[in-house]
Write a protein that binds this ligand. Structure first.
Ligand code: ACO
Length: 448
């Protein structure tokens, strides 16, 4: 199979959200901390009728219907998620309800978990399958689904929720350059979920920021090395049109891109312009560790990378800023934003993605885009996803109502023997919702 990659995509996020400006005031944080400091506008969250399973049922059904894919045509289904509902039974098995109905139970794949990286692991599994000798000619389907919630405190505004589905196959408009991948994996306690009775992570915020940037540097180094070996010339930011980052909050994405520019400067100063050379010069002798702590470097590199950021990154930031951190779906929601904003200009362009999952696992990889053919064309993908429509039809909850929802969800997490309000009035038609968890912890869903 040639040009294996993503043929079709769809995204779902809850219609319920809270404004960061309102949350900031409610939390007693200084004005601008969440909006300018973190760079976030809005945060989506699941109410008691939605969870990672309902969101993934919704997005998979929607993708199959909108692109007219016969469920029998799916040969592999992989889910990436870090939201634990069951320690044994995979989310994939819940999704099998859709396929069993059509008589298709011959579907490989289960769930992949490591913080925000599981979706990338799932995607690589599907791409590798289509490229392998065990491929049976059918499509792969990848689902990234997460509800990111934090305990009260500084991390709470960096939550979010969404599910994304991606159809994988040959001759894709979004093709993998499979040889161009750089990974960095190591053992760190930056963000983890050791308390199985709680949905909330244990997080060392500052450490997680540094780990993210260190992993980015390392992946970029390996990526550039492989590019040079393969292409025979040095890689620099000018060799890709867009850069897409895992987006816990927008400020970290800004810092990440400026860090790549600093890397370019260190490797080959002639690849950056004169102003950048002059402003970054004083920092060229810092050790790695010093460079992560230097506020002056952060400021200088953000300043000199601003025009490039506006061109190469800004178009990817819409959904992460509006919805928040969607964990496994976060990187792909940034990519969806790019398709939404630029679908008519992407043909022939290279796009670099950086996936990060705490703990930690990270990969930088490369996609090559072409217009594709209906229904698997960039323009049709943009139309089907209807990002503007979905953002516009949301309902803003006041912070008090958001906090009350979080409290209720704390009680519901891991609980049995309850029925939900079954109130689906805010959900759009076709959305799945949770109706009941019975005395055996079995979960029941209905479709609006
Ligand atoms: N106006 C403008 N900016 C402000 C204001 C204000 N009133 N107040 C603060 N800021 C700025 C700060 O200067 C800082 O920006 P800087 O880093 O450019 O200096 C930013 O807002 C955040 O303020 P901090 O004091 O650093 O925030 P705090 O430490 O309270 O929390 C954190 C931020 C650590 C990101 C927290 O939200 C968190 O732990 N989140 C979860 C972990 C996370 O997302 N990690 C990222 C990678 S791992 C993953 O994906 C889960």
């Amino acid at each position: 199979a040639k040009n294996v990659g993503i043929l079709a995509m769809d995204i779902y996020f809850p219609p319920t959200c809270v404004r960061q400006e309102a949350l900031e005031a409610h939390d007693g944080a200084s004005k601008g901390k969440y909006t300018i400091g973190l760079g976030q506008d809005c945060m989506a969250f699941c109410t008691e009728v939605e969870d990672v399973i309902s969101m993934s049922l919704t997005v998979v059904t929607s993708l199959l219907e909108k692109y007219k894919i016969d469920p029998k045509q799916i040969g592999r289904l992989e889910v990436g998620s870090e939201t634990v509902i069951d320690k044994s039974k995979s989310i994939k098995t819940f999704l099998m309800q859709i396929f069993e109905k059509c008589g298709n139970t011959d579907i490989e794949g289960v769930d992949s978990t490591n913080a925000c990286y599981g979706g990338t692991a799932a995607l690589f599994n599907c791409v590798n399958w289509v490229e392998s000798s065990s491929w049976d000619g059918r499509y792969g389907l990848v689902v990234c689904t997460d509800s990111a919630v934090y305990a009260e405190g500084p991390a709470r505004p960096t939550g979010g929720a969404a599910a994304i589905a991606m159809l994988v196959g040959p001759d894709a408009p979004i093709a993998f350059e499979s040889k161009l991948r750089g990974s960095h994996m190591s053992h760190v306690y930056d963000f983890y979920k050791p308390n199985l009775a709680s949905e909330y992570p244990v997080v060392d915020g500052k450490l997680s920021q540094t780990c993210y940037l260190m992993a980015l540097d390392s992946c970029y180094k390996y990526f550039c090395h492989k590019y040079e070996k393969l292409v025979g010339k040095q890689f620099s930011l000018s060799d890709a049109e867009y850069f897409v980052f895992h987006s816990p909050y927008n400020k970290l994405v800004q810092k990440s891109f400026s860090r790549l520019l600093f890397n370019d400067f260190l490797r080959n100063a002639s690849s950056v312009d004169d102003i950048a050379k002059e402003k970054l010069g004083p920092f060229s002798t810092l050790t790695g560790d010093e460079s992560y702590q230097s506020r002056d470097l952060e400021k200088a590199s953000q300043q000199v990378s601003k025009p490039l950021y506006d061109a190469k990154v800004q178009p990817t930031t819409l959904i992460p800023k509006q919805v928040g951190n969607m964990y496994t779906a976060s990187l792909y929601a940034a990519f969806v934003s790019l398709i939404h904003n630029k679908h008519s200009e992407l043909a022939g362009k290279r796009v670099i993605l950086f996936s990060y999952g705490s703990g930690l696992t990270a990969t930088m990889f490369s996609l090559r885009l072409n217009e594709g053919q209906h229904p698997f064309s960039l323009s049709n993908i943009a139309t089907v996803m209807n990002v503007a429509g979905k953002l516009k039809s949301r309902h803003e909850f006041p912070p008090e109502k958001f906090v009350a929802t979080m409290k209720l969800m704390e009680h519901r997490y891991g609980a049995k023997d309850f029925v939900t309000s079954k109130d689906c009035s805010l959900l759009s038609p076709g959305t799945y919702y949770l109706t009941e968890v019975d005395s055996m912890y079995r979960r029941f869903y209905a479709k609006k």
